[in-house]
Design a protein around this ligand. Structure first.
Ligand code: NI
Length: 193
C-alpha cells in the first residue's frame, strides 16, 4: 500500500505543476489557448501614405499576405486568388480587408504599392514602412523573408507564401498555402463571416 500512496503523491505533484503551467492562460477562452500565436500589433504605412496600425483594421476580417511588388510569380498568383475570392463573395466582401505587407520596403514605397494594388482589387491595401517596422510585422506573423542577390546585380526577396485569415478581434483563424486557390479562400470566408 505504501507504493499506492507514493503513486498518488507523485500524481498530485504532477497535477499541481500542470495547473501552474496552464494558469497564465486561464482567463482566455479555449480557442485562444489552442490558436497559434500569430499576428498582433503593427505600425506601418499604407499605399496612400497614411500611418496605420492594427487598430485601423479592428472589426474587419483581414487577409494578410507578405510579399513584394516585383515578385515575378508567387505574389501575383496569391493576389489574384484573393481578388477572385472577394469577387465571389459579393456584398459580404465588405467585411474583409485584404492586405499585402511588403517584405521589400526599400523598393515598395507607398506610390509603388498604390500602382500594384490597383491591378488586383479595389479593396486591396498595400502596406510598407521602415525596414524595422516591416521586420516587426513579419516577426509577429512568423513570416520569413530574405534578400537574395540576382544574376543581374539586382536582388529578389525570398519569402514565406502564406495567406492568413484574421478575425475581427485580430486573432488568427486559419491560413492558406500557395496551393489554395480562390475557391478555397472564398469557401473559408463564407464559413467565417
Ligand atoms: Ni512573392
Amino acid at each position: 500500500m505504501r507504493y499506492a500512496w507514493l503513486a498518488m503523491a507523485v500524481a498530485a505533484v504532477a497535477l499541481a505543476f500542470a495547473v501552474a503551467r496552464l494558469a497564465p492562460w486561464r482567463d482566455s477562452d479555449v480557442a485562444a489557448t489552442n490558436a497559434p500565436d500569430i499576428g498582433g500589433a503593427f505600425e506601418l504605412v499604407d499605399h496612400t501614405g497614411r500611418a496605420v496600425t492594427q487598430a485601423d483594421f479592428a472589426g474587419d476580417f483581414m487577409l494578410v499576405y507578405f510579399g513584394f511588388t516585383s515578385c515575378p510569380d508567387i505574389c501575383p498568383t496569391a493576389m489574384q486568388a484573393v481578388a477572385q475570392a472577394l469577387d465571389d463573395l459579393g456584398g459580404k466582401a465588405a467585411r474583409v480587408r485584404p492586405v499585402l505587407i511588403t517584405v521589400d520596403p526599400e523598393r515598395d514605397t507607398p506610390a509603388v504599392l498604390a500602382d500594384y494594388v490597383a491591378n488586383f482589387h479595389p479593396r486591396l491595401v498595400g502596406l510598407t514602412g521602415t525596414p524595422e517596422q516591416v521586420a516587426a510585422a513579419a516577426r509577429a506573423y512568423k513570416v520569413y523573408y530574405a534578400k537574395v542577390p540576382s544574376e543581374e546585380g539586382d536582388y529578389v526577396m525570398d519569402h514565406s507564401a502564406i495567406l492568413y485569415l484574421m478575425g475581427p478581434d485580430g486573432r488568427y483563424i486559419r491560413h492558406f498555402t500557395h496551393g489554395d486557390g480562390a475557391d478555397e479562400i472564398a469557401a473559408a470566408l463564407r464559413e467565417a463571416l
